[in-house]
Design a protein around this ligand. Structure first.
Ligand SMILES: Cc1cc2nc3c(=O)[nH]c(=O)nc-3n(C[C@H](O)[C@H](O)[C@H](O)COP(=O)(O)O)c2cc1C
Length: 225
């Protein structure tokens, strides 16, 4: 009898589209290796427009998220008992923490993670360590087994990437501003090369999962910037 397929549940939030591009490529890699993937995007109940359209609103969002403010999410279709071998939990860093919708998910649906390996995927400007430590702590408390992380940071140098994220969220298009800024900040967010890396990681992950040793086979499966 053929072995049952490996099943991966991908839960993700993306505000400005960066995590969703990475997730899409990771899933493509998994599927190309024969893994069955189910994905659900977290949708905040009160929709958060991108871009926010003002500097004040951007500062406010960055301030409140430093206190791990929860953003309530719409109910998910997946149930705690739906079979899966691995959960991928993906999303951006918000003020050194997981984003508000991911925090709500951890509060509201711990059963999705309980006694399962959970691979964290983080999209950030560059500061992700506190986010990862907090996730590890929350998952251990469920209890779930935190694996990874797969971290992707914006490749532009500082201070340009920090200014770039701020301007982009506020509604400016920094990559189209003055030629001096453009020299250091040619584009917002992740590069094509990073997306290709994510695809390859999806394939490598699938191969590890198919080896049948879950979760031991996931040890050391990381991508750090
Ligand atoms: C409110 C807010 C706070 C942020 N705080 C951080 C941070 O503390 N560290 C960091 O590296 N990036 C931070 N960022 C940048 C995002 O993590 C980064 O742009 C990420 O690629 C966005 O992913 P997304 O498009 O999937 O939302 C922040 C972005 C926002 C909107």
């Amino acid at each position: 009898m053929p072995a049952p397929p490996i099943r991966v549940l991908v839960l993700f939030y993306s505000y400005s589209g960066q995590s969703s591009v990475l997730v899409r490529r990771l899933i493509a890699g998994l599927i190309d290796e024969g893994v069955v993937v189910r994905q659900e995007r977290l949708r905040p109940r009160r929709s958060l427009r991108f871009p926010l359209g003002s500097f004040t609103r951007t500062l406010w969002l960055m301030m409140i998220t430093a206190f791990r403010t929860r953003f309530a999410i719409e109910p998910l279709a997946v149930t705690d008992d739906d079979p899966c071998d691995l959960v991928v939990l993906a999303g951006p860093t918000w003020s050194w923490n997981p984003s508000g919708p991911v925090l709500s998910l951890l509060d509201q649906r711990p059963g999705l993670f309980r006694r399962r390996p959970v691979l964290a995927m983080i999209s950030c400007r560059g500061y992700w360590r506190r986010h990862w430590r907090y996730l590890q702590k929350r998952l251990a408390g469920i209890p779930a087994l935190a694996c990874g992380p797969l971290v992707f940071s914006h490749p532009q140098p500082e201070p340009w990437r920090t200014i770039g994220v701020f301007l982009k969220v506020a509604g400016a298009a920094p990559e189209r501003s003055s030629s001096l800024f453009r020299r250091f900040y040619p584009s917002f967010g992740h590069t094509r090369q990073q997306c290709d890396e994510t695809y390859n990681l999806g394939r490598q992950l699938a191969i590890r999962l198919k080896s049948g040793k879950i979760p031991e086979g996931l040890q050391g499966f990381q991508h750090l910037p």
